[in-house]
Design a protein around this ligand. Structure first.
Ligand SMILES: Cc1cc2nc3c(=O)[nH]c(=O)nc-3n(C[C@H](O)[C@H](O)[C@H](O)COP(=O)(O)OP(=O)(O)OC[C@H]3O[C@@H](n4cnc5c(N)ncnc54)[C@H](O)[C@@H]3O)c2cc1C
Ligand code: FES
Length: 280
């Protein structure tokens, strides 16, 4: 059992949990993820680790409530337990002295880009962090990110903070910097990863994306997380989750992520009905 120490909704629909998992906390590196179950009979879902404290033996995860399992996770409170937390899984993000690195995070990726930015800063890179959100009220962890970044830039779709629009503003942002960007690293939803890679391709900036296909075991056994990168089949859980964003077959990934959409809708409706019946 993994005890939850803190649970809170940090901005609408985005939740933070801090839990006790000393064995994982002692090994985890930026870009890696865990697989969790919110309840004993529940499904397993992969979640990136957004921060950790090796001394206290804790992990912090930021997630978006999008369906059945994330909904259950969001309903848990400090003092309750998670039955399963497996990790660290996946390969750590490559962190070297690259020069100037642009870290782009949107939705849950604003959290998961934090340890990557911190690692890059420790390696003496110049770190430009770009936060992407629909509106200013959905931006979070700015102070935390400021501590590990040389500059923070926001893009909001409604223009309430920073640049107005989407990541198609990236070329302009990059142009406004004093020096060329040597690498871009993107964390967040598949749409952001794709749009960010599309924006950086004409600029010739190497772009690393943390892919989020559907996963089950997270150890290379089931094949569910199959993605095509540079024409080759890869399993995101063991070969990734980081890949070259300019080589990913995005159409296939977006289509595969929708495979179980009807079942996901049924699962959410059924579980909400069950909760209602139990409460009554
Ligand atoms: C390596 C990795 C790291 C991730 N890190 C985070 C994170 O830090 N925070 C966060 O909010 N989300 C993260 N995700 C996505 C997260 O796993 C899904 O949002 C979650 O599984 C949805 O489950 P659900 O039952 O609540 O929703 P569902 O209703 O089941 O699904 C909603 C959406 O999530 C996708 N999804 C469903 N099951 C899975 C699964 N087992 N694996 C991956 N995607 C799935 C579906 O394509 C669907 O579009 C990550 C995914 C991967 C692969
Ligand atoms: S999740 Fe099963 S092979 Fe990757």
């Amino acid at each position: 059992m993994f005890k939850l120490l803190e649970t809170q909704m940090i901005v609408p629909n985005i939740h933070l949990v801090t839990l006790e998992a000393p064995a994982i906390a002692s090994e985890i590196r930026p870009g890696q993820f865990v697989i969790v179950r919110a309840e004993e009979e529940g499904e397993r879902i992969p979640l990136s680790v957004s921060d950790w404290d090796r001394e206290k033996g804790t992990l912090t995860i930021i997630f978006m409530n999008v369906g059945n399992t994330t909904g259950k996770l969001a309903s848990l409170r400090g003092g309750q337990n998670l039955p399963t937390v497996v990790g660290p899984l996946g390969n750590a993000t490559e962190i070297e002295k690259f020069g100037t690195v642009l870290c782009l995070g949107g939705c849950y990726g604003i959290g998961s880009i934090f340890p990557i930015a911190r690692g890059l800063k420790e390696k003496e890179n110049k770190v430009i962090t770009v936060i992407e959100a629909r509106s200013s009220y959905l931006c979070y962890w700015e102070e935390k990110l400021e501590q590990v970044s040389d500059r923070i830039v926001s893009i909001t779709r409604d223009g309430t903070k920073g640049y107005r629009g989407h990541v198609d503003r990236l070329p302009e942002i990059i142009k406004s910097l004093d020096e060329p960007v040597d690498r871009m690293i993107i964390n967040g939803c598949t749409f952001l990863l794709k749009k960010g890679s599309d924006a950086s391709r004409p600029l010739g900036i190497k772009t690393v994306v943390s892919l989020n296909p559907i996963m089950i075991d997270g150890t290379g056994m089931c094949g569910v997380c199959r993605v095509t990168v540079g024409g080759s089949t890869k399993f995101a859980c063991v070969d990734g989750p980081d890949f070259d964003g300019h080589q990913v077959d995005w159409a296939e990934l977006l289509q595969r992520r929708r495979t179980y959409m009807p079942e996901e809708v049924t699962s959410m409706r059924t579980s909400r009905c069950e909760e209602h019946v139990v409460k009554r």
